[in-house]
Design a protein around this ligand. Structure first.
Ligand SMILES: Cc1cc2nc3c(=O)[nH]c(=O)nc-3n(C[C@H](O)[C@H](O)[C@H](O)COP(=O)(O)OP(=O)(O)OC[C@H]3O[C@@H](n4cnc5c(N)ncnc54)[C@H](O)[C@@H]3O)c2cc1C
Length: 372
């Protein structure tokens, strides 16, 4: 998870810096539990496709037919879980501005479809989710899922109004997840996080209202940095366990009166046969084939899931052999990841990438244990 993309974006917003610059902390590295990367600890591996659009996520309404309104809500790249509550609020506002119809079909049952369905049903709409795949078989179940903005847009392809909407959505979403943290039913936790780098990120608190997204922020640079890196940013961040979280969202949706039906739509004329007068497109990567959005491209990511290790209560991001590397702790597993294969449609496991992850994290474990 690359926090820097978000931070430099925040700086690009041009907002005046209302906070003092972060203090450069001076302290020796903490003593952390040593991560065990022995290959016998692998529970499973997984690969998924982040639904990336250089121009950013889409929230937009259009007239679909004389009878139906279509609201698009897709294209969240590597930040779909992170952004889900915020972009859902924008999608619901867009829908309610476009039509007063109350009977909605939400297409897709990943984090975006479930959050949209839940929010609509809570606002009194009559909602049916139609999806080809349900949790745990969606891309959303493969997500890390660390709260942070990664692979969500390309800076040269977005304008300031988009960035403003994106920031609003991020703040709104972070707030929503805070309310869910510590209720074990949702699998949302706050963890100690370290962002390790060789090249300093741009101004970390570039927009004044972004500071509380990174509580406890401390920067250590140069000779004060830890574990052989040029810089270390330490803060606390939210982690979402998607298997627990999506199950809870599904239960909340059904308990609130929403219905879920399995269905695959080959073309938009299949959609026009739905009885609902409002259709919300939450198909993630599926929007490319179903709606012909060729700007939507996959960024493949591969994860290696290890047995849980009770003392591992921290997360980190770094790089190894020219690619990023991250470790996220969950109650029931340790997640290793970091690969970003743009334009790569394969969901097969690449043993070379798995080996890179295990070696990279073994190296980090030695450093963090003070052995290197
Ligand atoms: C390796 C990896 C790590 C990631 N890490 C993070 C992270 O740390 N933090 C984070 O916030 N995000 C992360 N992401 C990104 C996140 O997973 C996605 O942004 C998110 O899952 C997108 O959600 P979605 O609901 O739009 O899509 P999906 O979860 O793919 O759901 C799409 C739904 O639409 C349905 N559908 C599609 N086409 C059709 C059709 N034609 N007919 C019927 N149904 C259809 C599918 O069956 C499914 O139900 C990661 C992704 C990957 C791959």
């Amino acid at each position: 998870m690359d926090r820097r993309a978000f931070l430099s974006l925040a700086a690009a917003g041009g907002a005046a810096l209302a906070l003092p610059p972060p203090a450069l902390a001076r302290a020796g590295p903490p003593v952390l539990e040593r991560l065990n990367t022995d290959p016998t600890r692998i529970i499973r591996s997984g690969a998924g496709l982040r639904p990336f659009r250089a121009a950013g996520y889409v929230v937009r309404a259009e007239r679909f037919s004389r009878r139906q309104t279509l609201v698009h809500h897709y294209g969240h790249g590597g930040a779909g879980v992170t952004m889900s509550w915020g972009t859902t609020a924008q999608a619901v506002e867009t829908l309610e501005r476009a039509t007063s119809e109350r009977r909605c079909a939400v297409i897709g049952s990943g984090v975006i479809g479930l959050t949209t369905g839940l929010e609509l049903v809570r606002r009194g709409h009559e909602v049916t989710i139609y999806a080809e795949a349900l949790p745990p078989y969606t891309t959303s179940n493969i997500a890390g899922a660390y709260w942070g903005i990664a692979s969500l847009f390309r800076r040269t392809d977005v304008d300031e109004p988009f960035l403003e909407r994106m920031r609003t959505a991020a703040l709104r979403s972070h707030r929503a997840f805070q309310h869910l943290a510590n209720d074990p039913r949702y699998g949302v936790y706050c963890v100690r996080a370290f962002d390790l780098y060789t090249r300093p990120p741009s101004d970390p608190l570039g927009a004044p209202d972004m500071a509380y997204l990174y509580p406890g922020f401390r920067r250590r640079a140069g000779p004060d940095a830890w574990w052989g890196h040029a810089g270390v940013d330490e803060f606390h961040q939210l982690m979402i366990d998607p298997d627990i979280y999506l199950r809870a969202l599904t239960a909340d949706f059904e308990r609130a009166g929403g219905r879920i039906r399995m269905a695959r739509f080959e073309t938009t004329s299949d959609l026009s046969r739905l009885r609902e007068r409002v259709i919300v497109n939450c198909t993630g990567m599926g929007a490319r084939a179903l709606f012909g959005d060729e700007a939507l491209e996959p960024i493949r990511g591969q994860l290696t899931i290890l047995l849980p290790q009770p003392g591992i209560d921290y997360a980190y991001t770094t790089s190894f052999e020219g690619a990023s590397l991250y470790m996220f702790p969950r109650r029931g597993a340790i997640v290793l990841g970091g690969s970003h294969g743009r334009g790569d449609w394969s969901t097969d496991i690449d043993p070379v990438e798995q080996d890179r992850q295990l070696r990279g994290h073994a190296e980090m474990a030695r450093r963090m244990a003070g052995e290197v």
